[in-house]
Design a protein around this ligand. Structure first.
Ligand code: SF4
Ligand code: SF4
Length: 472
């Protein structure tokens, strides 16, 4: 029985309700009047239910789809402006006891080189990331209680926050590790993590069990209820996602929104971010073996309808996507991207070709961070290295209430400019610096509040003189 307030996975992600929603969406997809009404509701920027969103996704009327894309662009502009937050993944360990059939780290893969970073190696990786200009990381590790116990992850977090190299600093460490206990989530919270990220992979229980034949991750309920335990452990910024291509996209799209609705209904705060990875090639993994791979035009629509359905939730796309694909979805709703990523353990220090055989997935967008920043500036975006909210204690419902009242915009814009300025001073190539300085000048004038504008100008001058780490 479907119940968004239930603490049982099979009740808040109800298979029956998802199938009914799919049926509803297919039955009404030609009902133009109903779709127009949903678009009118969406334009109020208060979000949509999973049923309404599913109907928009299924609609195949060209004119109405155009309206959906236009609305997604408007909402993106309204809530996120032209800012794009930058981050990088850091792979700590590829030891894993699970059997996920779509991931080369699965326990049975004997061709992959298994490796776990020592604290000294983490230091080297973090210095390399700081020297690129990164301030925000997403930690990645396989599930292995012997090799990667929670104590190891906590020690890594501690090491990362402690490294201060030149003007570099990692100011926000997000963590993507396997579902764990409330007690361990409390420890992660106390270690000062930003977002706890865990992808559901697929919400279809039967398919989930087939894709995860062995290891602790095969427990669908334990995995699906992980965000509830994280919230109970005090982590109020959680990041959800599915791996599009494992299941039919409509099923997982609906499941994703039901998960968001459950978190909002139960804890008063929806997911902080939604990631939209698509299945891609890797060692031991061939996308031809999966029949649900999502084509570009559907992927674009998924991003657009998610933007409309959950306007307050940040959306992330990784270097799994090509430059062209990232350019397209940036317009439609993506607010965070990775740049200069390595998906191997030790990949930031080592030559990529040496370690590419052990990558979790093939990086399609292989440009350096400076190239990505330059490209964003050229497209009219402001690359932002901001981590202010987490450091000012603006997380969970405190963060969401600022977002919902629109007040966050008073922080995001000036923070984007001052963190971009830091990047330009410390790490950018000459061409990126010239483009970035022009962007800052232009955007500074657009800050509506004169006091904020004055402070921002002052911080920018201080950064030029060598001071660092200002925030609104
Ligand atoms: Fe292990 Fe995660 Fe890969 Fe599954 S997806 S095999 S849990 S690293
Ligand atoms: Fe994100 Fe907060 Fe910075 Fe805005 S001010 S970019 S919401 S961290």
């Amino acid at each position: 029985m479907y119940n968004p307030l239930s603490n049982k996975a099979e009740e808040f992600i109800c298979d029956h309700e998802i199938n009914n929603t799919i049926h509803y969406a297919r039955e009404h997809k030609d009902n133009k009047q109903l779709i127009e009404e949903i678009l009118e509701k969406a334009a109020l920027c208060k979000g949509l239910t999973h049923r309404e969103a599913a109907l928009l996704l299924e609609c195949d009327d060209r004119e109405l789809n155009e309206k959906t894309f236009e609305l997604a662009k408007e909402i993106k502009q309204k809530f996120y402006g032209n800012r794009i937050v930058m981050f990088a993944p850091l792979y700590l360990s590829n030891y894993c006891i699970n059997g996920c059939v779509y991931c080369p780290y699965h326990a049975k893969n004997k061709t992959i080189h298994r490796r776990k970073l020592t604290q000294a190696e983490i230091r080297q990786e973090v210095i390399a990331l700081q020297d690129m200009g990164h301030k925000r990381l997403a930690l990645e590790a396989g599930e292995d209680p012997k090799n990667n116990p929670i104590e190891y992850i906590l020690e890594c977090i501690n090491t990362i926050y402690s490294i201060k190299h030149k003007n570099g600093a990692i100011r926000r460490v997000n963590v993507n590790i396997a579902a764990t206990t409330v007690e361990n989530y409390k420890k992660l919270h106390e270690a000062g993590i930003g977002t706890y990220i865990l992808f559901q992979e697929t919400y279809n229980k039967q398919n989930y069990e087939a894709l995860h034949p062995t290891g602790p991750k095969s427990n669908y309920a334990y995995h699906t209820e992980a965000m509830d335990r994280a919230m109970q452990g005090g982590i109020d910024d959680v990041g959800i996602g599915v791996l599009f291509g494992l299941e039919t996209y409509l099923y997982d799209f609906i499941g994703l929104l039901m998960h968001a609705e459950h978190l909002e209904a139960t804890y008063g705060v929806g997911p902080h971010t939604i990631s939209v990875p698509r299945l891609c090639m890797a060692d031991d993994i061939n996308t031809d073996d999966f029949k649900n791979c999502v084509p570009d035009h559907i992927f674009h629509k998924i991003v657009a309808v998610l933007r409309i359905a959950v306007p307050y939730t940040g959306m992330i796309v990784s270097t799994r996507e090509s430059q062209k694909s990232r350019e397209k979805v940036l317009k439609l709703g993506i607010s965070q991207i990775s740049g200069g990523s390595r998906t191997t353990v030790g990949g930031y220090v080592e030559n990529e070709t040496e370690s590419e055989h052990s990558a979790q997935f093939d990086v399609t967008d292989q440009r350096s961070l400076d190239d990505v920043v330059n490209w964003l500036l050229q497209l009219g975006y402001i690359p932002s290295f901001c981590t202010a909210c987490y450091r000012a204690g603006r997380t969970g419902d405190r963060f969401m209430s600022l977002v919902k009242t629109g007040q966050i915009a008073n922080c995001c814009s000036p923070n984007a400019l001052i963190t971009l300025k830091e990047y330009l001073e410390d790490y950018a190539s000459d061409d990126t610096k010239a483009k970035g300085m022009a962007m800052i000048e232009k955007e500074l004038e657009k800050i509506p509040n004169p006091t904020v504008k004055e402070h921002a100008r002052d911080y920018l001058m201080k950064i030029e003189k060598g001071e660092r780490d200002f925030r609104f």
